[in-house]
Design a protein around this ligand. Sequence first.
Ligand code: SF4
Length: 351
Amino acid sequence: MTISRREFIKHLLLLGGAVYCNPPPLWAAKPKLTPAYANLARKGELADRAASAYAVFQECRLCPRECGVNRLKGEQGFCRAPAKVMVYSAQPHYGEELSLVGAAGSGTIFFSNCNLRCVFCQNWPIAHEGRGKVIEDHQLADIMLKLQQIGCSNINLVTPTHVMPNILNAVRLALAKGLHLPLVYNTSGYERVEMLQLLDGIIDIYLPDMKFMNDEKAATYLGGASDYPEASQKAVLEMARQVGDHQTDQRGTATRGVMIRHLVMPNNVAGTDHFVRWVAMNLPPATYVNIMSQYRVDYKAFEYPQIWRRITMREYVQAMEWAQASGLTNLDPKSVEAWRFYKQTLRNEPS
Ligand code: SF4
């Protein structure tokens, strides 16, 4: 998508305006949170879940790749991840959806390696090359506590699938030291329902991508994962069963629910029209959907002619119109602002 510098600044102001126009009421007290995992721990089940998840490492089937390798013995599967958790960075993040950012940022932890490995990955040094540091689960627990201490709204676990057992163990340890923030499972959507069931009652907010709706395209762009459309659809249905629709507190900060992300891609290779139809037919109309415009050509995308450019304003407007026409009523506010801006810009273009 090509826009002038002037338009870009105007766009930023418009998006900033969206934030400014909807501030959390200052008089609203920060509510006391009871995260899902605290209830589970009270029933004595959190430690059992962590142990069950760790057992999967012996013959790793954490994700639909089902490599069957023994990661505890150092064997590596498709994700190339060791059994110990690797972290690239941890910090408050202000670029996430507004309800996740809250007043002091989303407490984001970027895990190294990835079980999907898209050819257009924007985090390829972390996801493909595995840059990061190996740490112990108790150190991961301390990172979570640090993010809570500095005021973050949640613990945002980015690319968590291949380290889910370590996360559960770390949450157990951190809970004992006072962790109370909601957990955000920020995933590519390439999940096994059986593994998600281990997270039932632990994760408060699911933030899955739904990247592709077509098997052939998924195989081409997602590391051969032709089963991605089916796996991600089943995964999102399970997530919705567990936590339901997006919910916020009186300050507008997310406390629970599913928030689906879909990246619009050039030439509609992501199948955005199919995506919005699928959501409308399988989930409530008020399902939170973020139709994202920020695709950029990165990593190996230069080798694939269908995706070696950014999207156009027209493509983005079309994507949002599909979403509207399908009856979805809870589109991400920043995407709606971007949609309005691009529509206005197109209207002002000389014919
Ligand atoms: S998490 Fe990694 S090793 Fe395990 S099944 Fe998935 S890709 Fe294979």
